[in-house]
Design a protein around this ligand. Sequence first.
Ligand code: BES
Ligand code: ZN
Ligand code: MN
Length: 507
Amino acid sequence: MKYFVKNINFNKIKTDCIILGIFKNSKESLKNKHLSELDIFLNGKITILSKRENFFGNFNQTLLINNFHDLFFNKILLIGCGNVEKFDDFRYEKIIKNSIKVLNSIGSSSILFFLNELNVKNRNMYWKIRLAIKYIEEELYFFSYFKKSLKKKKNFVTKIIFNSVSKKYIPKILLAIKHGVAISEGIKISKDISNLPANICTPIYLSNKSRELFEFDESKFSIEVLTESDLKKNGMNAYLAVGSGSKNKSLMTIIKYKNSEENKKKPIVLVGKGVTFDSGGISLKPSNNMHRMKYDMAGAASIYGILFSVMKLSLPINVIGVIASCENMLSGCSFRPGDVLTTMSKKTVEVLNTDAEGRLLLCDVLTYVEKFQPDLVIDIATLTGACIVALGTEITGLMSNNSNLSEQLLVSGKQSRDKVWELPILIESKKDLYSSIADIANISKKGTGGAITAAYFLSQFCKKYKWAHLDIAGTAYSEIKDSSTGRPVDLLVQFLLNKCTDFISLF
Ligand code: BES
Ligand code: ZN
Ligand code: MN
């Protein structure tokens, strides 16, 4: 998709379709400068047709007016925005997605877009453009890798021209386009990787992917891949145990992005759970929906997306992405319930359930990353079904050992609408993870509060730095679309943008 901005008159620009948002209150719609201009230009045709077709501007109602063959545009799509006082982030998202869906389905190619001129409560032009791009790309996304019938499928819409009433907005709109496009490309990469099944997307596939995406830019990127013997040398036995039942060998990929002026600037470390398939191991999962456990590498996939956006924006920061990949399978070599593992930190863990594997590989990676002397560490993991029970599928679970860091993530969530909600880490979890023979057990004996006990477990390995944990079990995958969502790419790119002083005043 190509995005442009213009400060225009209707009769000056050639496009296939004009989209206008119309509020319900008729007085308001008359106030819509573009609509009345356009109506005059068309000798009142819009007013006549709106009446005839009972178009009142109800929320999400649409009216397509076409056959303007001899004009500069062919069609007009009016989309209802409902009551002006009720128009918020949520409604902005819905009308954008709905109108793009309509226009794509009727084969519209280029669109003159006026929805960014609608007033959205507490949001400015930068936000409206950036989020519009995310919503447009989200609406048009499809995964065509394996479906013959989709191989040739193309979206019809290929060009969006944002209108700007005032020339003064143009520089901010251009910046928002740049950011919006970079973030959407990152989201798409994350979705495409995450949607791959486990027979294709193996640990080795993931490490090759990092070379494919980033190795060409040697001035900013360096990549290191640790094999099972490297992990062994580091004493990462909990990580190795998780992959021990699979013929696909575990691999940890470290992608370093260095682009800060201040050379000594401590890196921000992002750790992604990359379990390419989570069968549960010997503590086998029920077969119902087990295929969805191909998404258990969504955290890792999001790191590719984040780094891709960071690269596109050339952000002046240092980031290290760690892809912790392995496959949790069952075989004669699998680790078992009852096993005691000595982690890299030397703490011992009693495995009470091989399906609580994410925390086992992550605990070793969280110890490993100490060597980078990080400014802060964020892990991203489809960690617990309990987080889905607690928060549902719209909002990512956030747990942190630093309130400043969690506040920054909450703010980034509000800015990007890639939302997070904080859950506590409780010292009381200690007794729930008691093991009679090891330092800690990998699951709680209680059947409740599983997202919190999992975070407590991880926190025991993050005492040396500021750390936040994002449990994306509910948000990484959309059941309605049967696809990855690409979350939390937007959240974390926003968090990183906020670290760059040039961009903090944009919202
Ligand atoms: N990958 C799963 C968590 C998950 C569940 C993600 C559903 C997405 C959707 C994780 O490894 C797991 O199996 N967790 C267990 C932990 C339990 C054994 C303490 C769970 O949530 O059931
Ligand atoms: Zn898992
Ligand atoms: Mn599991």
